[in-house]
Structures are given as structure tokens and as C-alpha cells.
Write a protein that binds this ligand. Structure first.
Ligand code: NAD
Ligand code: WQD
Length: 344
């Protein structure tokens, strides 16, 4: 079985490529390396002993995408990770986000339609829910008006897919990720934020390793047990495994409908201070942080109702918060070791 993984040298895509190969799938990666490095292909090979096929091009290029699909008529499934994902950047340049995230999806759907390909897994996000009225949030909870162009591209993508499924007879699963963190146990692949990280966990580990002076905790006056915002953090390998399950579900046609949506989280909400405490416990480091004002655009609290994914997919996230923080720390330390050995 051959699976196209777009964005396969990126953070979640690389972990998924590994799990797919470990389960016997043949993986073809397409990535333009706008937010990742070509040597991730080497690392995937190092972990699995199998080198995935790799094509570097931009999926918003219609002609290149068309000829890629024409040359790959035997794909059994596609997992579409490739997208821009920085909320703040999307506020500053919305058109760049609409163009990249929507044009790439449209080109892929066109390639599927033209070549009679059926199965697509799409990377969606809990951001489509905004601040839900009820927690834990279910797949059937209302989609709120988007808080950012990035979030809006995920909402629009889901709608584009819904209509394409009806018109072209596709099978699609949209996976709404909550907050993916951590890295592969080998510490050979992980998250590589360019510049100053926006996300909490890379900022914590970069602060602890000495790359940043201090972590700003955004807001302590939320309506949560300790006043800091609450999220559902999920280990990236747990997330990757759910993709393998989703691919198998489509290939075996065991889904309940042709467009399914699943929340991928643990179902547990943790506050920023709880995340910091867990990090300090597992790393033995004391983190330099200070409480500052809220970050504009942040929701107060969100965590997933995972019962539908657990029952239907037979999948459940396994890793605890401590394990996730331990794995994020191991990755940061591996990056620091690599940097210092490059210097010598
Ligand atoms: P990432 O940036 O690490 O990976 C995305 C990859 O796609 C990168 O390697 C990038 O080079 C590539 N890419 C981007 N645009 C492309 C294009 N036009 N053509 C070819 N390649 C392109 O991000 P990630 O964290 O692995 O996220 C993967 C997917 O999951 C994205 O769709 C993202 O929106 C979604 N998602 C991520 C999170 C998160 O917190 N990381 C949460 C929810 C959803
Ligand atoms: C988590 C918590 C911050 C940094 C983002 C996207 C979302 C999804 C996942 C893609 C929040 C707090 C953070 C810092 C802090 N991505 N924080 N100091 O905002 O929940 O979600 O990534 O789809 O769409 O918005 O994740 O890691 O940025 O923040 O106090 O330096 O940590 O305020 O409460 P977020 P995050």
C-alpha cells in the first residue's frame, strides 16, 4: 500500500511517515521545505531502515502537482499535512495563508479527481471550534467564527473537502488535532521551530536549555483552577498512530460515512502552570518564567471529547503529560548536542 504524505518532512508528517513505514506502508513524501529540512528524510531512514521516496516542490504549483499525480496513479491514500500553521503570521499576511493552505488542497483534490484516487486524510485543528460553549468539545459542537486567517483556512478546507467528497465520490477523514507536543523516542526527529517559537512547549525547552531568557506565561486571570489557560496536549507519536488507523479505515472501507471527522486529543486539559510543573519535575530544571498579560486571540480553555475517536477508530492516546514533557526535553537536548558537535 502506497501513501502520499504531503508535508512529510515537517513535524507531524515525519512522525507519521515513520509509523506508516513501521506498519508496512510505502511512503512517498512531497514537501517544499518551506518549514523543514531535507535531512529529515535521512532521519526517517535511520529510524525505519527504509528510505521514503521524496519529491521537493510547492503544492500550490498546479502544473507540478498535476504531473506528480500523473506519475503516481497507484497511490492508495493521501495524508495532507502540508500547510502554513502560525496563527500570528496569518494575521499579518492572510493572503499568504489562504493561498498556501487552500490552493495546495485544491490541487490535491484535483489530482485525486483526475486520477481516480479515493482516500484522503486531512490535518484539521481544534482551532475550528474557537472557544467552545461546552467542554469537553465534541466533533458535533458548532464551528465558531474563526479567530485567525489560519483557523479560517482549516474551516474552509473542511467545507471544500465535504463538497468534493459528494461530487467526486471520495473518502475523507478530517482529524482535528488539539496541541501536539513531544518528539520521537529516538530523538532523531522532532519539532524544529524557526526563530522564536510561538508554542508553549518549544518555548519552555528553549528557555531551559538557555536559548531564551525567560518564558512569558500569557495570562493568570482566566476562569480556570489556577488562572492560566488550559489546553489538551497530545504526544506527536500518539497522533501519528491515529493517522495509520485512519488510513487503514479508509482503505478497508470500514468508515460510517465518506466524510468523517475525529478529535485527536487525550481528553485531559492542563494549565500552563501544570505544564511548567511537569517539565520541572521530569527535567530536574527550574524554569525561569514570569506571568504577563493575556496573548490576544488566545482561548481560555479547550479540551477534547475523545470518545468518538476512541470508539470508532479503536485508538486512544497513551502518553502522559510527564512523558510528553520528557520527550520534548530529550529532543531539545539532542538538538543542543548536535549544535555543539558541529562546532567542534
Ligand atoms: P510543519 O510546518 O512542521 O509541517 C508542514 C510541512 O509542510 C513543512 O515541512 C512545510 O515545508 C510543508 N509545506 C507547507 N506548505 C507547503 C506547500 N505549499 N507545498 C509543499 N510543502 C509545503 O507543521 P506541523 O506541525 O507538522 O503541521 C502539519 C499539519 O497539521 C498542518 O496542516 C497544520 O496546520 C496541522 N496542525 C498542526 C498543529 C500543531 O500545533 N503543530 C495543530 C493542529 C493542526
Ligand atoms: C498554549 C498555551 C498560551 C506560549 C496553537 C494554535 C492552534 C493549534 C495548536 C494549529 C496558551 C500559552 C504559549 C508562551 C504561554 N495549531 N503560552 N507562553 O495557542 O493553544 O494553539 O497551536 O492548528 O491553532 O493556535 O498553542 O502552544 O501557542 O499555547 O503562556 O510563550 O500556552 O497562551 O494558553 P495554542 P500554544
Amino acid at each position: 500500500m502506497k501513501i502520499l504524505v504531503t508535508g512529510g518532512t515537517g513535524y507531524i508528517g515525519s512522525h507519521t511517515a515513520v509509523e506508516l513505514q513501521l506498519q508496512g506502508f510505502e511512503v512517498v513524501i512531497v514537501d517544499n521545505l518551506s518549514n523543514s529540512h531535507a535531512d529529515v528524510v535521512d532521519r526517517i531512514e535511520e529510524i525505519t531502515n527504509i528510505r521514503p521516496e521524496f519529491h521537493q516542490f510547492d503544492l500550490i504549483d498546479r502544473e507540478k502537482t498535476k504531473s506528480f499525480f500523473a506519475g503516481h496513479p497507484d497511490l492508495d491514500g493521501i495524508i495532507h499535512f502540508a500547510a502554513f500553521k502560525a496563527v500570528g503570521e496569518s494575521m499579518a499576511d492572510p493572503l499568504m495563508y489562504y493561498r498556501n493552505n487552500l490552493d495546495s488542497l485544491i490541487n490535491i483534490l484535483q489530482g485525486m479527481k483526475d486520477n481516480g484516487l479515493k482516500n484522503l486524510v486531512f490535518s484539521s485543528s481544534c482551532t475550528v471550534y474557537g472557544q467552545p460553549d461546552e467542554l469537553p468539545v465534541k466533533e458535533t459542537s458548532p464551528i465558531k467564527e474563526a479567530w485567525s486567517p489560519y483557523g479560517n483556512t482549516k474551516q474552509m478546507s473542511e467545507q471544500i473537502i465535504r463538497f468534493a467528497v459528494e461530487a467526486y465520490g471520495l473518502k475523507t477523514i478530517a482529524l482535528r488535532y488539539f496541541n501536539p507536543i513531544g518528539s520521537h523516542d529516538s530523538a532523531l526527529i522532532g519539532e524544529l521551530p524557526l526563530g522564536v517559537p510561538n508554542n508553549l512547549v518549544p518555548f519552555i525547552t528553549q528557555t531551559a536549555i538557555g536559548l531564551r531568557q525567560s518564558l512569558n506565561v500569557f495570562g493568570s486571570d482566566y476562569d480556570t483552577p489556577d488562572g492560566t489557560a488550559v489546553r489538551d496536549y497530545i504526544h506527536v507519536v500518539d497522533l501519528a498512530m491515529a493517522h495509520v488507523v485512519a488510513v487503514n479505515r479508509m482503505i478497508s472501507a470500514s468508515g460510517k460515512s465518506d466524510f468523517e471527522i475525529f478529535n485527536l486529543g487525550t481528553g485531559n486539559g492542563f494549565s500552563v502552570l501544570e505544564v511548567i510543573k511537569s517539565f520541572e519535575k521530569v527535567s530536574g530544571e527550574s524554569l525561569n518564567y514570569k506571568i504577563v498579560g493575556r496573548r490576544p486571540g488566545d482561548v481560555e480553555k479547550v479540551w477534547a471529547d475523545t470518545s468518538f475517536a476512541n470508539q470508532e477508530l479503536g485508538w486512544k492516546a497513551q502518553k502522559s503529560l510527564d512523558e510528553m514533557m520528557g520527550s520534548a526535553w530529550k529532543w531539545e537536548q539532542a538538538l543542543a548536542d548536535k549544535k555543539s558537535s558541529n562546532k567542534h
